[in-house]
Design a protein around this ligand. Structure first.
Ligand SMILES: C[S@@+](CC[C@H](N)C(=O)[O-])C[C@H]1O[C@@H](n2cnc3c(N)ncnc32)[C@H](O)[C@@H]1O
Length: 223
C-alpha cells in the first residue's frame, strides 16, 4: 500500500489533497441531507478520518446531539480532535479502533464511559468501507453499534459512467492513492440489510449514496 493510504503522516494534508471540494464534498452533503436526522441525535461516524463530516452533522444535531468518531489511524484522529477543539465542539467522542475487528460491546462500553449512549441513532461511513478488504465485518459492527431502526448511510465510490466515463482514469488514480477498491460497492449492504432505502449518486455516478433504516430488533453482538 502506498504511504498516503496508511493515513499516518499524510493525515495533516488529507483535507487539502483529497479532492474534497471538486469531487467528494458532494457525496457527504447529499448523504447527510438524506439522513433526515433530528436535533439531539447521536451519530456514529465510522472511519471518521479528520472529521470532514462533523460540521454538516453539527448543523443538524446541535449541541444536545453527539458524534462518535471511530478510526484506526491515530494521526487522522488527531486532526479530527483539532477540528473539534477549533470549533469548541464538546459533543464529539473519538475512539481509535479497527472497524473490521472491533468488539462491539467493548466499544459500546467505551462510548458509555464518555457519557454517551452505547448505541447511536444513526451511523455513516463515507469513503471508508471500500478501503477495507473485509468491509462486511465493519458493516456488521456498524449494525451492532446502533439502535433498532437507526438510520444507516454509506457513501462510497465506483467507476464514473455516462458523460463522465472519460474521468475513469482520474477516479481510479484517486482510489489508488487513497487505498480504495473502486469495485467494492459497499453500499450494496444498505440495499440488502436495511428497509426504506434511499439512493442517490453524484459526479457521473462516481459517488454512490445509500441511506436506509436498520431492521427493528436488537442484534446479538458477538461477545
Ligand atoms: C478516505 S478516508 C475517509 C475519511 C472520512 N470518512 C471522510 O469522509 O473524509 C478513510 C479513513 O478510513 C480509515 N480506515 C481505514 N481502514 C479502517 C479500519 N479498518 N478501521 C477504522 N478506520 C479505518 C482511515 O484511517 C481513514 O481515516
Amino acid at each position: 500500500m502506498i504511504p498516503i493510504a496508511k493515513y499516518t503522516t499524510a493525515a495533516r494534508f488529507y483535507d487539502v489533497v483529497s479532492a474534497e471540494y471538486p469531487v467528494y464534498a458532494a457525496g457527504r452533503t447529499l448523504g447527510i441531507e438524506m439522513f433526515g436526522l433530528a436535533p439531539g441525535s447521536q451519530v456514529l461516524d465510522l472511519g471518521c478520518g479528520t472529521g470532514l463530516n462533523f460540521s454538516r452533522l453539527q448543523r443538524i444535531i446541535g449541541p444536545r446531539g453527539r458524534i462518535i468518531g471511530v478510526d484506526r489511524s491515530p494521526d487522522m484522529l488527531a486532526q479530527a480532535r483539532r477540528r473539534a477543539e477549533r470549533h469548541s465542539w464538546a459533543n464529539v467522542v473519538l475512539l481509535e479502533a479497527d472497524a473490521t475487528t472491533l468488539v462491539p460491546h467493548e466499544v459500546a462500553d467505551q462510548i458509555t464511559s464518555s457519557g454517551a449512549a452505547p448505541h447511536s441513532d444513526a451511523a455513516l461511513a463515507t469513503y471508508t468501507l471500500s478501503l477495507m478488504a473485509d468491509w462486511e465485518s465493519a458493516w456488521a459492527n456498524m449494525l451492532h453499534l446502533v439502535k433498532p431502526g437507526a438510520v444507516m448511510g454509506v457513501v462510497d465510490m465506483q467507476k464514473p459512467s455516462g458523460l463522465f466515463t472519460a474521468m475513469t482514469p482520474l477516479a481510479r488514480a484517486a482510489c489508488w492513492l487513497g487505498g480504495s477498491d473502486i469495485d467494492a460497492h459497499p453500499w450494496t449492504a444498505v440495499e440488502r440489510d436495511c428497509f426504506e432505502v434511499r439512493a442517490a449518486a453524484a459526479r457521473g455516478e462516481h459517488l454512490q449514496i445509500r441511506v436506509g433504516n436498520r431492521p427493528g430488533s436488537r442484534l446479538q453482538p458477538p461477545r
